[in-house]
Design a protein around this ligand. Sequence first.
Ligand code: NAD
Ligand code: UFG
Length: 351
Amino acid sequence: MTSTLLVTGGAGYIGSHTCIELLQEGHQVVVLDNLSNSSPEALHRVEAITSKAPIFIEGDIRNPALVRDILARYNPEHIIHFAGLKAVGESVKKPLDYYANNVSGTLVLCQEMAAHGLFNLVFSSSATVYGDPASLPIRENFPRSATNPYGRSKLMVERMLEDLYLSDPRWNIAILRYFNPAGAHPSGLVGEDPADIPNNLVPYISQVATGRREKLQVFGNDWSTADGTGVRDYIHVVDLARGHLCALRQLSQGCGLKAWNLGLGRGYSVLEVVSAFEKASGQTIPYQFVDRRPGDIAACWADPASSQKDLQWSAEKGIEEMMADAWRWQSTNPDGYSRLSGPERLRKLDR
Ligand code: NAD
Ligand code: UFG
């Protein structure tokens, strides 16, 4: 069954891929994004892929009057809430920005949803809420903790949503804990476009491959892992996007509040990722070992059994496809969406 959805942060990396899947399934999509970390060009590309245009509203989720107006005008049946800030290092320097965007933003959204009589929410959480897990793989009922303001903002929102559900069982809330999203749309038209020097491994490697960065710094080769480098559960962004559609079905069936891991269920080391990227791209990735990055953990991967069972979802794309798609995106869009010249960008915005 198709429906109308509000997608906050829909111009961003995961949001734009999710908009593609939603539009392809015939849903009506309204995007609210303040473009603080994205470009409207992402949504033009979404339209090019799907031949359907999401409705785009530029604005902030912390603006209650705007959210109220959007809910009244479009009357969505569900909200998928991606909007927020996500850079761990920046969150240490600007904690209030993170609490304002991630915590207060979600608070405003939920208040306006309740006032409108809308109780179906998918929330973007993160494997970061598991802190440094005592054992692997990670199940949804593992203890939660956070080591930085970004992680704490996600944990605070999770707890706020739990309290909200306890206070009013009309809420249906799917908390999706993403492991490490990677890759891009197979068309090569939509992908990750970090505004600054990439923090994350795959976008960094991609920029080394195009010559924009000299070499990869591998943060530590003395971790207690098979080759000494950090191990993570990388999940293709298209698989992740599909997980949201599965979660919507749960909301429609009245799931209450549930948390699900979205991961592949196996880990790859930094060196394995480098090697997979080299194979997919035919490029050599120079790297050097440097000190561990503060706050990093040795290894992290998901037990996806609950999402497989409840959501009828599993990741279908492996590391080879993630790297091949990341390379296709990066090599055809070496400067991301900003490669458009000024006049060309303005023409696009005028459409
Ligand atoms: P992104 O930065 O590409 O997308 C977030 C979008 O939200 C951007 O388009 C940004 O402009 C918008 N935004 C930010 N604050 C806003 C506000 N106050 N009002 C309106 N729009 C706002 O990030 P992403 O990688 O697509 O992540 C989406 C969500 O998933 C985030 O909540 C993030 O914390 C979470 N998440 C991401 C990862 C990851 O590694 N990418 C991992 C786990 C969880
Ligand atoms: N790494 C490097 N060099 C780099 C970047 C990363 O060696 O230049 C290593 C890291 O030390 C780690 C691995 O590559 O071992 C992955 O690092 P990322 O920064 O790509 O990802 P993280 O696991 O640190 O964190 C990411 C997001 C978080 C999110 C988490 C969910 O940044 O916001 O995944 O699992 F919470």
